[in-house]
Each structure stands twice: as structure tokens, then as C-alpha cells.
Design a protein around this ligand. Structure first.
Ligand SMILES: CC(C)(COP(=O)(O)OP(=O)(O)OC[C@H]1O[C@@H](n2cnc3c(N)ncnc32)[C@H](O)[C@@H]1OP(=O)(O)O)[C@@H](O)C(=O)NCCC(=O)NCCS
Length: 175
């Protein structure tokens, strides 16, 4: 499998997947703000970007961040509206999981809206109960950005839920 962070162009969709650089920080911030998702911790060096191979316009973001309790989180998955439903997010997630499988034996957590669960299950991720979550997720204030709507189980379809991809499943998925 290719290096998920290498700048490889998917010719069919004309999308280039590349690691972010310091000069991308403002763009990352704007895309995440535009999407209205959790605005916490967007250090550029954690990000993989999807960009138009011809114009260089950044159309998608994603990152893996490590929290104070050492838990790792796949986060900030956004594709700008005009570019959605072209499998760009799927490709970013695939590449980030493959990279994480090489770099870490730890499970990979994700906070997503309940109605996105099926999307992440395609990658082997499974929903976890609150008691199974690391402290970072367990103690997250319910009303904080990306909070858990007062706890588990999710009360509405758009309530965030936590999923996990075990180290074993990461490796299996990444091949
Ligand atoms: C969610 C998001 C990243 C998906 O990006 P994308 O590039 O369009 O995703 P893909 O093309 O790879 O989608 C593949 C599948 O994901 C599912 N999916 C995509 N967007 C979805 C949405 N908004 N709600 C529910 N399912 C969705 C679909 O099942 C789709 O499969 P299909 O095309 O066979 O129907 C994009 O809609 C987005 O940026 N949304 C706003 C920010 C957000 O909610 N991010 C998720 C944080 S967990």
C-alpha cells in the first residue's frame, strides 16, 4: 500500500492527498469553521489534506490527534460542499487509518454524529459505550463542541457517538 501521506494524485478524481504545511493553517481553520464542527486543536502538522490537483484548492481535511490521556482520535474530517459525494472523505479516512496502523498500536477513537456511524463502520470502526471510552471522551462536557448530548446512548440521530477502531482492526483494514 502507498504511503497515505505521500502526495499521490488520484487521476480519476484529480485529487491530490498530501500532508499539510504551516502555510495551510489558515485554510484548515476556515474549512473547519465553515463546516461548523469541533473547533478544538487544529495543529496543521496533524493534518492530511485533499486538494484539487490542478488548482491546488484545498477541498478536504482530516487529522489524527493525540490527547493528554494518550488516546488517539481521528477528527476534523471535512469535505467542502461542492466536492462532496466523490469518495474524497473515504479516501482520506482510508489513508489516515493506514498511516496510523504503521505508527501506533493504540486504538483509534472517533467522535461522530450518530447518523454518520454507518460511514465509519465501513472502515471497521464500532460504536463504544461510555464506560469503554478513555478519560478524554468520558469527561467531555456534554455541551462542549462535539459534546455527547448528555451521555450515551445518543438521544437524537445527530447526537455525537464515540467509535473505536482497535489496533488489530486497523492493521487488518490497512492490509
Ligand atoms: C461527512 C463528509 C466528510 C463526507 O465527505 P464525502 O467526501 O462527501 O464522503 P464520501 O463521498 O467519501 O462518502 C461516502 C459515504 O459516506 C456517507 N455520507 C457522506 N456524507 C454523509 C452525510 N452528510 N450524512 C450521512 N452519510 C453521509 C454516504 O453513505 C456515502 O456513501 P454513498 O456515496 O455511497 O451514499 C462531508 O459530508 C462533510 O464534510 N460534512 C460536514 C462535516 C462533517 O459532518 N464531518 C464529519 C465529522 S465526523
Amino acid at each position: 500500500m502507498s504511503n497515505p501521506q505521500s502526495a499521490i494524485c488520484n487521476r480519476e478524481s484529480q485529487i491530490l492527498y498530501r500532508p499539510a504545511t504551516a502555510s495551510d493553517q489558515k485554510t484548515i481553520r476556515a474549512i473547519i469553521r465553515e463546516a461548523g464542527i469541533n473547533p478544538l486543536r487544529w495543529q496543521w502538522s496533524n493534518f492530511l489534506l485533499a486538494a484539487n490537483a490542478i488548482t491546488s484548492e484545498v477541498v478536504g481535511t482530516g487529522q489524527i490527534k493525540t490527547h493528554g490521556d494518550s488516546s488517539r482520535e481521528l477528527a476534523s474530517i471535512v469535505v467542502r460542499p461542492a466536492h462532496q459525494r466523490r469518495r474524497i472523505a473515504s479516501e482520506m479516512v482510508r489513508r489516515m487509518i493506514a498511516q496510523d496502523a504503521r505508527e501506533s498500536n493504540a486504538p483509534l477513537y472517533l467522535l461522530c454524529a450518530g447518523n454518520m456511524l454507518a460511514f465509519y463502520e465501513r472502515f471497521g470502526s464500532r460504536r463504544v459505550e461510555r464506560s469503554e471510552t478513555p478519560p478524554y471522551f468520558y469527561f467531555r462536557p456534554p455541551d462542549a463542541p462535539g459534546g455527547l448530548c448528555g451521555g450515551f446512548p445518543a438521544r437524537r440521530p445527530d447526537c455525537p457517538v464515540v467509535t473505536v477502531l482497535s489496533a488489530e482492526d486497523k492493521r487488518a483494514y490497512a492490509g
